[in-house]
Design a binder for this molecule. Structure first.
Ligand SMILES: *Cc1c(COP(=O)(O)O)cnc(C)c1O
Length: 236
């Protein structure tokens, strides 16, 4: 299906209805879950379809693309940097990203802190966990998370708000349920351990294939790309 044939408004309606069902099933309020429209590789015209339908949270995984779209799109958008961030590119987005989801090393956090000090802003971040222990994925090991969070909170101009993961690519979303539950448990553990001094309120987990299960297990941000904008064509 070409980008022109995608009905973003209809896809958003369906996604929204799925989110509401998952919230109801879990006894959660719809306002506890933020839908991030993952627009990577998609043209600004499609992003504007989503914008006009009320979407203000967009996710991109490449620095250059985020910056380009930031320039072209209205200014009341929250841009989420959801991809792996290279240290030498932090300076381009530190004052443009509303939330940086994929922080998985102290060195990256240090660079984010340094650039945020330079730009006189505060960088809001999530720590990424490699929840499925997959060699192909970024993120730090589950049992190293508390230690990393502990180190990051002493850095200036950087603020931790919670955890993020990309769960394994599975056919049956139920297979990821235990990973999402583990994510939430880690956030709870860190809070207990640190006397509630650390904000662990954000759990960014769940994508097109598994966001409903993620919401049932406590996700506060779901990142949906294909389900809104259609399949991606990486050749363009
Ligand atoms: C691409 C991407 C998504 C969206 O994936 P879909 O399966 O298309 O919903 C979510 N999170 C991250 C980190 C991504 O890179």
């Amino acid at each position: 299906m070409s980008d022109e044939a995608v009905n973003v408004v209809e896809n958003l309606r369906l996604t929204e209805s799925n989110i509401q069902s998952a919230c109801e099933k879990a006894g959660r309020d719809r306002s506890e879950v933020t839908l991030i429209a993952v627009s990577k590789t998609k043209p600004v015209s499609l992003l504007m379809d989503a914008y006009n339908a009320g979407i203000r949270e967009f996710g991109e995984n490449k620095v250059q693309e985020l910056v380009d779209k930031y320039e072209q799109m209205p200014k009341d958008i929250h841009w989420h940097m959801i991809g792996h961030l290279q240290r030498n590119k932090v300076k381009y987005i530190v004052d443009k990203a509303y939330l940086i989801h994929g922080v998985d090393s102290y060195e990256l956090a240090q660079e984010i802190s340094k650039q945020a000090v330079k730009k006189n802003c505060t960088a809001n971040i999530l720590v990424e966990i490699n929840i499925g222990d997959e060699e192909t994925k970024f993120g730090i090991p589950y049992d190293k998370v508390t230690e990393l969070v502990d180190k990051i909170i002493s850095l200036p101009n950087i603020s931790v708000h919670g955890l993020m993961c990309i769960a394994p690519n599975v056919e049956n979303p139920e297979d990821n349920r235990h990973f999402f539950a583990k994510m939430r448990q880690k956030a709870v553990d860190i809070n207990l351990d640190k006397g509630h001094n650390i904000d662990m309120s954000v759990l960014s987990m769940g994508m097109t294939g598994d966001y409903q299960v993620a919401i049932e297990e406590g996700a506060t941000m779901v990142r949906v790309g294909t389900g809104i904008f259609g399949v991606r064509n990486y050749r363009i």
